[in-house]
Structure formats: structure tokens, C-alpha cells
Design a protein around this ligand. Structure first.
Ligand code: AMP
Ligand code: MG
Length: 418
């Protein structure tokens, strides 16, 4: 069960900065502790719950990096062609039996263990065969084309640290040290709701004044991308009683509740009323654009995040605030995505003391460097702006005017929306 420290979410009336919000969200919620053993084939994207240490050297033996001939360097002539008889063969998985005699060459293939004796491998393209002999031109370096035992990983090295989110190559790495399973944090069980009388389920008729619920699909996918197990609990009407009962039920068997809508300033505060009766809730007015209000609360002991209703605000607050919180709850250590510096291809006026995210697509400039082209419409309800963009340009609090040509931080959706 995730737990919040006391008053973690309390905050005075002033606007809260993103950094403050992140400190609260990631520093003061304790991680869901249970781990489970997962076969490597099912561990992609999961958070490692143990340190992985190599029991042995990788590779376990010196081996050849090329197809060719294994020779003893001192048998070669630094000035002229050397001619050596070819004796024996070593292929990957089939080592030469016994040592190689001095003054001979062993036919060898990539990945084959180095025979005992030879220290150097001649690439087959660089020599020629003449009868039973291989003719080796001068100029090769001692030890060339030989891969050393343990050159990838030394026995005893920690190859992956607890808290890492496992990528494809990490799973390969675990296999390379002989593992079949790894301990990972069990998935966070997240209950997800949309709130709003105007929302309709896609596939059903759209009544007058209504729209289809899109947030639930976006948020569910974002959560699943983080390895959460999502319980999609549908749309809640704007009625305190309905919300109250649904949230009370959802608190059973989930580690986190996520809602969208119903937390705007001026909204009839149904989410607030319901959560207040069940635990507590705090509305944070964040110094950000888009997506200013988010609600943090607790239903019994289960934390609740109330995201804004506007689809763009949903994504911006999720990727910048909720994502690090969720990774932290699952024991992740790399919480923040990578930003990349690109050149802004637009001017932009902004308010001081608030962080803004501008939707943009990337285009190569005449030098081949990335430039960020701002999406022409700014509304927080324009979901297609996210579809048409490659990511978010992040503009810091202190900035008041962005001049085209300035280097800015860019958060690609490929880092966070997969
Ligand atoms: P609210 O925060 O509930 O005031 O909603 C702000 C705006 O977001 C309104 O225009 C809502 O219709 C819209 N909205 C709220 N929830 C959703 C949703 N699940 N899908 C799409 N739009 C939504
Ligand atoms: Mg609403």
C-alpha cells in the first residue's frame, strides 16, 4: 500500500512551483514494497528490485573478434610475409582441443575461444592461402583481433542497479550473466476515473452538449506505459454521492487513484467534497501553464491524484508530475525524463514566475540541427495539438520573453508518452 507522510499535500494559498510539487510528490510518498520474480521475457519496462551482480567474467574466455587465423605474434616477420602451416580449427562453441603448436596457424572463427598459445588473430581478408599454408603480410599488431576474457564485464561487477527501469538491452545483459528471472517491483494498481456530466463513452450516441471521454484513454495508456496495472472504472457524474461511493470502493485493492476533471477553479467541487468525506484533499495551484490546478488527496490510506480536465493539461501534468511520482512509488531511481537542447524557431511571451510548456514539432534547420516549431494554436483543450507535436518546449520560471534562435529544453514525447 502506498502511503503519504502527514500533511504531505498541505500547501498554503500561494502558487506552488514545479520543483516544490515534485519534492512533495516523489520525496514524501513511500514506495510500494512488494517485489516479485519475473522471467526476463516478461520484465521489460519493470523496475528492478535488486542489484544484479555478475558471478563470472563476460566473456568467460579470450576469443576471436573476426574470422581468420590465430597465430603467435612472435612467429611473424615484421618486414616480410610469413608462411605458417594451418593446423587445427576453432569455431564458436567448438574450442580447439589441446594447445596449438608454435610456428603454426589455427583456423579460427568469430567468437571461438582463443586456442592455448596464439595471442593474435589475422583477419582472413588480410591474408591468403597457398597450399596448406597461410601467407601473412607484415604490419599486424600484437594481440590484434583478440577479445579478452572479462573485457565486457568483470566477475563481481554490479551490471544493473536496483531501481532501474528495464530496457531491452538490460534484459540481454541479465541473460549474459546467466540470469533467467529478476526481482522487480510489483506493478502499481491504479484506479482510473473520468468525471463530468458532459462525458460520454466512445461508441455511444453523443447527447446534446456532450463530448466523448478522451482523457481516460490517454491516461490509461500513460499509466500502462509505466508498467501500472490499470482498473478503468469509467465516467463519474458530477455528483458528490456518486463520486464518494466510487472512490470509497476504488480505495480497496488499489495503490493509487487517478481522476481527471472536476478540479478546475469555479467548478462545482464534487471531487473535493467526496474526498474530504473519505480522507483529505488539497488543491495545489501550480505555477505552470497549461494545467494549473491539480488535486492531491487521500482516500483512506490510498493517495489520489486529481488531474485537470483539459486534455492538454492532463498530459502536461501527468508527464511532469504524476510520472515521477509513480516511478518513485514503484521504487524507481531515474524519475525525470531526459530533455534535449534545441533551437526555438519562435518568439514567445510568457509570464514571469511560472513554468510553461509549449507544444512543438521538430524540424531540421539548414545545418541539420533540430529546431522546435511551435504548434499554432495554444488552447489547453486542443488534443490534436499533442498529436501533431513531437514534444514540449519547457520554458523556465524566470523567463519573460523567448526570442527565436534561443536554445531551449525540449522534452520529446518519445521519452514519456509511450
Ligand atoms: P473540468 O476540469 O472538469 O472543468 O474540465 C475542463 C475541460 O476539460 C472541460 O471542457 C471538459 O469538458 C474537458 N474534459 C474534462 N474531462 C474530460 C475527459 N475525460 N475527456 C475529454 N475532455 C474532458
Ligand atoms: Mg468537469
Amino acid at each position: 500500500m502506498a502511503q503519504l507522510s502527514d500533511d504531505c499535500f498541505a500547501h498554503g494559498g500561494r502558487l506552488m512551483t514545479t520543483a516544490e510539487a515534485l519534492t512533495h510528490l516523489t520525496g514524501r510518498v513511500s514506495r510500494v514494497t512488494a517485489d516479485e520474480a519475473m522471467p526476463l521475457t516478461e520484465a521489460l519496462g519493470r523496475i528492478l528490485a535488486e542489484d544484479l551482480v555478475a558471478p563470472d567474467d563476460v566473456p568467460p574466455h579470450d576469443n576471436s573478434a573476426v574470422d581468420g587465423y590465430a597465430v603467435t605474434f612472435d612467429d611473424l616477420d615484421p618486414e616480410a610475409d610469413a608462411r605458417l602451416p594451418v593446423r587445427g580449427r576453432a569455431a564458436a562453441g567448438h574450442p580447439l582441443v589441446g594447445p596449438a603448436a608454435r610456428g603454426t596457424a589455427v583456423r579460427i572463427f568469430t567468437g571461438a575461444p582463443m586456442p592455448e598459445g596464439p595471442d593474435t588473430v589475422m583477419m582472413q581478408e588480410d591474408c591468403r592461402l597457398d597450399g596448406g599454408q597461410v601467407v601473412i603480410p607484415p604490419g599486424i599488431r600484437r594481440g590484434a583481433n583478440r577479445r579478452a576474457k572479462g573485457e565486457d564485464i568483470r566477475a563481481g561487477t554490479r551490471v544493473l542497479a536496483r531501481g532501474r527501469r528495464l530496457r531491452a538491452q538490460d534484459l540481454g545483459q541479465a541473460a549474459a550473466i546467466g540470469r533467467t528471472t529478476v526481482a522487480v517491483s510489483r506493478p502499481l494498481r491504479v484506479a482510473l476515473f473520468s468525471t463530468g456530466d458532459e462525458l460520454r463513452e466512445p461508441g455511444t450516441p453523443l447527447d446534446a452538449g456532450c463530448i466523448y471521454d478522451s482523457n481516460r484513454f490517454t491516461i490509461s495508456a500513460l499509466l500502462q506505459g509505466l508498467g501500472c496495472r490499470v482498473a478503468d472504472l469509467g465516467i463519474l457524474r458530477d455528483e458528490a454521492d456518486t463520486i464518494h461511493d466510487a472512490l470509497a470502493d476504488a480505495a480497496e485493492g488499489h495503490d493509487l487513484i487517478v481522476t481527471s476533471g472536476g478540479v478546475s477553479v469555479g467548478e462545482e467541487d464534487h471531487v473535493r467534497q467526496a474526498v474530504e468525506a473519505l480522507g483529505r484533499i488539497h488543491f495545489w495551484r501550480l505555477a505552470i501553464k497549461p494545467g494549473r490546478p491539480i488535486a492531491l488527496g487521500q482516500v483512506g490510506r490510498v493517495p489520489l491524484v486529481g488531474l485537470p480536465g483539459n486534455p492538454v493539461a492532463v498530459v502536461v501534468t501527468f508527464v511532469n508530475l504524476v510520472r515521477p511520482m509513480i516511478l518513485s512509488l514503484m521504487g524507481g531511481t531515474e524519475l525525470m525524463p531526459h530533455h534535449f537542447r534545441v533551437r526555438a524557431a519562435f518568439d514567445h511571451k510568457k509570464k514571469k514566475d511560472r513554468r510553461e510548456w509549449v507544444r512543438a514539432r521538430l524540424e531540421a534547420d539548414s545545418e541539420g540541427d533540430w529546431q522546435a516549431i511551435k504548434f499554432p494554436r495554444e488552447g489547453a483543450g486542443i488534443l490534436s495539438s499533442l498529436v501533431e507535436s513531437d514534444g514540449l518546449v519547457e520554458l523556465p520560471e524566470e523567463m519573460t520573453y523567448l526570442e527565436a534562435g534561443t536554445l531551449v529544453d525540449f522534452l520529446p514525447f518519445s521519452e514519456v508518452c509511450t
